[in-house]
Design a protein around this ligand. Structure first.
Ligand SMILES: Cc1cc2nc3c(=O)[nH]c(=O)nc-3n(C[C@H](O)[C@H](O)[C@H](O)COP(=O)(O)O)c2cc1C
Ligand SMILES: [Mn+2]
Length: 471
């Protein structure tokens, strides 16, 4: 097992450098199009993380595409075998690990007072051609505290620049950050909030993980790192933040205030429309010496938002399903809308029970759920495709559930109906019970393990396909 207890983002960047998976751009680049173009080309090829030394008009260097490939995502977690990821995550997080509070921290080495704040000089990037302005808040994690339970939450929600110290705050109602804000709004009070960026990669992962409510993601981080996360109290608000964050915005979100924010090219691969969103007012910035900003070009897979949100939330959903459904084996979700579940089918309606559990008891708002048998390799799409093609009878195996709570940005839904989704379940398990009734079978033909091993033994050295050994 590899390393997971990174001290900070810098240590992870050095690691990537040693793996030849970090690309430096020393030339000055334009924030309006060049960061967009270079990150886009990098993502398309599952390329390295990118370090921009100089962006015109901004004082801070910028890192992008940090965890935008599965390769880097698994390195960040110190996981060698992606097939064991769900199990490994479950094992590590059986018991969460509370953070360790420290008195002084690198993230507070420097202070910028309210009057001196100018967001454009920190990050002024337009990530997509038709974004409605610059978005410093793509990988900026919002840390809030539940005013009733006292528990903290961290989540990543989009934030556009609306003024020198003002950011639109794109947290929809089904996110935990927004739910904290709804409680403050009811009390008529501003919500204190810290926004951090440039954190160790495990903080990145947990800030993207859709968990049950009342899970403090920093406790999850401690469990995944195998060591408590060091945190420090903010200077002006009662919020704790990871001590080695590069940049920290301290401030508040006023009750009742909304401003038009966006649109933004989103993880869906489409523009998310401009919305009337709450506003984050920054009253202080603290940062490390020579701070490094962190951002992301959001887009459909591959991207930071697709890889990290999908994989981390997959693992949490796996953990929940293992507890809820007997015979549940494994779960794969590479993109936000689709879950593929593997089960050992034990009884009639078992696949439908898994679908309902995925819709009802996990937090990613999967629209489409495919359920397959244990002999299907969910980590090989060809195998899943085989099950879909040969084990599904549409009039029997398609299960549609209307009027579920869906992802706000689902472009298949008209704006007026946003927030709704319909669940599509496909039972791609073999309908064994029917065959059993008639004494029929549908034996697989593809394996012939005895013939394969006899052939390998006799012919292995001789067979060559395209000049390469066949076995
Ligand atoms: C780059 C990036 C941008 C994101 N932007 C948003 C966003 O604007 N709104 C949103 O609901 N989720 C967004 N997410 C996903 C959330 O961070 C994720 O669902 C997380 O679990 C939310 O935390 P919470 O469950 O504690 O509310 C984004 C993720 C990434 C990586
Ligand atoms: Mn949360």
């Amino acid at each position: 097992m590899g390393k997971a207890n990174w001290y900070d983002m810098r240590e992870f960047l050095s690691f990537l450098d040693s793996k030849n998976d970090l690309f430096h751009v020393p030339e000055q680049v334009d924030p309006g199009w060049e960061v967009n173009g270079i990150t886009r080309l990098g993502l398309q090829k599952h390329g390295p993380a990118i370090f921009f030394d100089r962006i015109r008009g901004a004082d801070l260097p910028l890192v992008a595409n940090l965890l935008a490939t599965e390769r880097r995502f698994f390195w960040a977690l110190g996981i060698d075998d992606p097939r064991c990821f769900n199990k490994e995550w479950s094992k590590r997080t059986e018991q969460v690990v509370a953070p360790q509070l420290v008195d002084s921290a690198p993230c507070q080495e420097h202070v910028v007072k309210e009057a001196d704040i100018d967001l454009d000089r920190i990050c002024n990037v337009k990530w997509h051609q038709h974004d409605g302005g610059s978005f410093p808040g793509t990988l900026s994690a919002s840390v809030t505290r539940d005013p009733e339970t006292g528990l903290q939450n961290v989540g990543i929600y989009r934030m556009a620049t609306l003024g020198k110290n003002l950011l639109g705050w794109g947290a929809p109602e089904y996110t935990h950050g927004r739910q904290h804000y709804m409680k403050y709004e009811k009390m008529g009070k501003p919500m204190p909030m810290a926004v951090i960026t440039g954190y160790d990669p495990i903080v990145f992962v947990v800030a993207c993980t859709r968990t049950a409510p009342d899970v403090d993601e920093f406790h999850l981080a401690g469990a995944l790192r195998g060591e408590a996360l060091q945190m420090v109290r903010c200077q002006t608000i009662d919020i704790e933040i990871p001590a080695t964050s590069e940049v920290v915005f301290e401030g508040f979100v006023r009750p009742g205030l909304r401003k038009l924010e966006g649109g933004l090219g989103e993880y869906t691969g489409y523009y998310g429309e401009a919305r009337q969103n709450p506003v984050f007012e920054i009253t202080r910035i603290t940062h490390r010496t020579k701070p490094i900003y962190l951002g992301a070009r959001e887009q459909w897979y591959p991207s930071d938002s697709s890889v990290v949100v999908a994989k981390a939330s997959q693992a949490e959903a796996y953990k929940t399903l293992r507890q809820l459904v007997p015979g549940f084996c494994d779960l794969r979700c590479d993109v936000a809308y689709e879950a593929i579940a593997q089960i050992e089918k034990l009884y009639k309606g078992h696949p439908q029970q898994v679908m309902n559990a995925i819709w009802g008891a996990t937090y990613s708002k999967y629209k489409h759920v495919i359920v397959v048998d244990q002999d299907i390799d969910i980590w090989d799409y060809n195998s899943v495709h085989w099950a879909l093609s040969t084990r599904v009878r549409a009039d029997r195996d398609i299960y549609i559930v209307p009027q579920q709570s869906g992802q706000w940005l689902d472009p298949a839904v008209s704006l007026r109906e946003r927030g709704w989704q319909a669940g599509l379940g496909i039972d791609a398990t073999m309908p064994r019970e029917e065959y059993e009734f008639w004494g029929e079978q549908a034996p697989r033909t593809v394996d012939d393990p005895e013939i394969v091993s006899m052939t390998t033994a006799k012919w292995g050295d001789k067979l060559k396909w395209n000049g390469k050994p066949a076995v």
